[in-house]
Write a protein that binds this ligand. Sequence first.
Ligand SMILES: NC(=O)C1=CN([C@@H]2O[C@H](COP(=O)(O)OP(=O)(O)OC[C@H]3O[C@@H](n4cnc5c(N)ncnc54)[C@H](O)[C@@H]3O)[C@@H](O)[C@H]2O)C=CC1
Ligand SMILES: O=C(O)CCC(=O)C(=O)O
Length: 445
Amino acid sequence: MDYIQKVIEIAKNNDSSQPEFIQAVEEVLLSLKPALDRHPEYEENKILERLIEPERQIIFRVPWLDDNGQIQVNRGFRVQFNSAIGPYKGGLRFHPSVNLGIIKFLGFEQILKNSLTGLSIGGGKGGSNFDPKGKSEKEIMKFCQSFITELYRHLGQSVDVPAGDIGVGAREIGYLFGQYKRIKNEFEAGVLTGKGLKYGGSLARKEATGFGLIYFVREMLKANNDSFENKTVIISGSGNVAIYACMKAQEYGANVVAMSDSKGYIFDPDGIKIDTVQQIKEVERKRISEYVKYHPEAEYVDNQRKLWDLKCDIALPCAAQNDIHLENAEKLVENGCFVIGEGANMPCTNEAMSYFLEKNILLAPAKAANAGGVATSALEMAQNSMRLSWTFEEVNKKLDEIMVNIFKEVSEAAEEYGVPGNYVAGANIAGFIKVAEAMMSLGIV
Ligand SMILES: NC(=O)C1=CN([C@@H]2O[C@H](COP(=O)(O)OP(=O)(O)OC[C@H]3O[C@@H](n4cnc5c(N)ncnc54)[C@H](O)[C@@H]3O)[C@@H](O)[C@H]2O)C=CC1
Ligand SMILES: O=C(O)CCC(=O)C(=O)O
């Protein structure tokens, strides 16, 4: 058995109840062969065995009182995966589906993503099986306070710096930061990112993941002599990443015709009115089905999975993992889709990814394409350290430059390691080499 298969077997034996984590490990490791062939020292130093084992995993009880005075108990997680190149960095997800395997897949992806940004940030991820849907503002606050009251002892601006992910936005980060500050009696702004603008947040962090995705896809299109102009785009999700991806794609002349949530999708052939989606999702926190009340000419389909049957040139999955299965991939290609930009983490199954690559579809992998969010989080930390704030234009310009660099790094790695145009392998190899070299330098730790 070769080295890669041996390590995949170790992951399967150790973590057989964590299918998403095994999926992420297989996807990454299987593409690293050219890098491992060139660097036999990585096997001698058991770099892959160490890479798949988190440095630390924290699981904790989160008790809180609901509005009826009843005690509720949730489970909290923080996986501090790899700090070879910087403090652990990665978001918190609050969603009923959260378990250790999901947090581990996200944390594992984060190691290589953060490495691609070129900034000094290691990989981590956390969250809870808490469901924010239907909770009052007070309940959200009480949950966040209880969550951070346990987790705070493992955090610090040079230790571990969480941010948002599904179910965690500026509101939740505010409550987490407020309680952290109270416990520590210290205004340690750099301990959390995605903060509100009045207490240390960065302009453009809210927009960064969606904008960054479009900057990356723009570069990928440019390298293939194409652009967003007049392209038909469909987007899954209607949260933070989806909204700002839609906005920027429209700015570049694309016609975004569909968006979704976990229940269904809206189809507006004249183009999604993104300010309506923002009103429904960011202000009212309601279902995307509300859209047709404002725009009766649009259609609502009560089946999110059917989104992938729509005709488009570019598909941007920006919701959750394993959103695009093989049959969705086949349908997209059959309908003429030739670009996939992954805004969500691991939105395509491994079978769907292989199919896209086989069909020479331009596939922008999540690790690279959605790295603009965490990169801008690192810019927020930099501003916090300097105790100053950059303008929106300054942050956005830096974000754009970072995404241009990531694309360059990814496509050059693909060329150098013999898989030109395979941005999936390019991203994995480029992200991995940096972390592996740092791990080699740091000794057996
Ligand atoms: N917020 C950020 O800065 C970053 C987020 N991501 C990833 O982007 C994705 C979306 O995250 P956010 O927009 O921040 O979250 P969000 O909570 O703002 O929005 C999530 C969206 O996905 C939809 N959704 C959730 N589960 C779904 C399902 N099973 N099927 C269809 N739709 C579903 C929700 O209805 C909502 O529209 C996640 O995969 C996240 O890990 C990646 C990088 C950074
Ligand atoms: O901004 C951050 O630190 C985290 C973003 C994140 O969770 C992600 O990149 O998936």
